[in-house]
Write a protein of this length. Sequence first.
Length: 248
Amino acid sequence: MGKSLNQTLTRDANSRYDRVRLMLEHRSAKRRFERLRRVYHQPLEEIFPGLSRTRARMQSAVPTAASFGNMPAYDLLVLSTVCAHLQPRLLLEFGTYDGLTTLHLAMNSPAEARVVTLDLHPDDPIRQQNTEDTFYTRGVTVGAHFCGKPEGRKIQQVYGDTTKFDQTPYRGQVDFIFVDAGHAYELVRSDSQKALEMVRPGGVVLWHDYHYTHDGVYTCLNELTSSVTLRNVPDTTLVCHISPLSGG
Ligand SMILES: C[S@@+](CC[C@H](N)C(=O)[O-])C[C@H]1O[C@@H](n2cnc3c(N)ncnc32)[C@H](O)[C@@H]1O
């Protein structure tokens, strides 16, 4: 299997020649991303009026804050604030990883909320493949951040490949969905279709990694703009869709 754009751009450059080459590859990938962009920035307060008055709860001094698989701190702050603002009762996350974001979804939702989070089983053979979606998950305990925490009782860990997940029991039911599992185009497309089927009218879907290093994500989200309204939260790689209350 060939290397993905993400694997190529995040490689170590050991010689001066390769460092220069890598810098030029980043520049060219950024230009391509901006040329193809179909999801445009919109200020958070316009997407969610009143959000600036919302306070989110954050886990302090997170031991793996800079881990490759976790999102940047500001993205996590935005996601937590949107969650605290909306007070969703049924939440679903594609891609648990170490559970840091799952914990924040649980910390910023009402006491009676349920957070369903999906990831590959720790022994799933897919984890042994060397793809952009697997190499950094080795040695990481799925859901480690919420295990033993009081908010953990709200969380239901589901193991399995998201492309095989049966979304039908959740159709039109979920208040808040976070899509952040596989980044290859086919995976993002499948997860996005399921998310759009599961979100309730008026509910919210957020995607992570709308960024020049993730061509699978941005290609899929750009395509989706022909059927749904998507906005990119400024200074983050988060993309947001609010499901219309009726029709469309
Ligand atoms: C970027 S990490 C998720 C990070 C997490 N949402 C957070 O914010 O901290 C992506 C996760 O998706 C999982 N994943 C990748 N492909 C998957 C698939 N086909 N089915 C289920 N999980 C998958 C990986 O095992 C990894 O833990």
